[in-house]
Write a protein that binds this ligand. Structure first.
Ligand SMILES: Nc1ncnc2c1ncn2[C@@H]1O[C@H](COP(=O)(O)OP(=O)(O)O)[C@@H](O)[C@H]1O
Ligand SMILES: [Mg+2]
Length: 203
């Protein structure tokens, strides 16, 4: 299977927007969301990607509460296994997968994380990072956790880069590029639109 798994240094950092940009850059790839939460309040990520990038999508288990997946599942009385998280990836040639929250949040009630799925699927990560102060530490923590588990990092995408970056945002680009390849800097754009950036082909 070819593809990447999109993770981030935090929730709300822009994983879904970057996944949509990656789908644009890889026609034919299917977007996979192995577990979705927040159904009661938010549009599912797969629907956002379908709307913004026109890509085919697959979604695994889904839960109403906007919580970490394993917490939402347990509160709903459900079990989410590693096998169930891997199931929506089966049979696909090219995938852009998206985790939930950051790399080590429990997606499964059995403790499965996105790092485990990356290991099983032998897919590298794309790490979405904030531009401002604090991002060097968060990004390095995410990459080192991946590497410690034998998972590759294809690169970093900085998201919501301001039109007038402050000193930290300006100097952070070199710092991030020293951690892993800096694939793209995505500008802050109008809410609900796909930023006008072409991501490089990765597979
Ligand atoms: N570059 C951007 N410019 C403007 N808004 C953005 C940008 N990236 C993400 N957003 C908005 O921020 C929110 C969180 O982004 P999202 O991609 O859903 O994050 P995540 O998947 O990491 O939780 C969404 O409302 C999204 O539209
Ligand atoms: Mg998302």
């Amino acid at each position: 299977m070819n593809g990447v798994l999109v993770t981030g240094t935090d929730t709300g950092v822009g994983k879904t927007i970057v996944a949509a940009l990656l789908c644009r850059a890889h026609p034919g790839a299917t977007y996979v969301k192995p577990v979705q939460t927040g159904l009661a309040s938010d549009e599912p990520d797969a629907a956002v990607v379908a709307r913004l990038a026109g890509a085919p999508t697959r979604q695994g288990a889904a839960f109403d509460e906007a919580l970490a997946p394993a917490v939402a599942a347990r509160r709903a009385g459900a079990t989410v296994t590693r096998g169930a998280l891997l199931a929506p990836f089966r049979g696909l040639d090219a995938v852009v997968g998206e985790g939930a929250g950051g790399l080590l949040v429990e997606l499964g009630t059995d403790g499965t994380t996105l790092a485990d799925l990356a290991d099983d699927l032998e897919l590298p990560l794309v790490v979405v990072a904030r531009p401002g102060l604090g991002t060097l530490n968060h990004t390095r923590l995410t990459c080192e956790a991946a590497w410690a588990r034998g998972v590759r990092v294809a690169g970093i995408v900085v998201n919501r880069y301001p039109a007038e970056p402050d000193l930290a945002a300006r100097t952070n680009l070199d710092g991030l590029a020293a951690i892993a390849p800096l694939l793209a800097v995505v500008p802050r754009t109008a809410e609900g639109t796909l930023p006008p950036v072409a991501l490089p082909r990765l597979f």
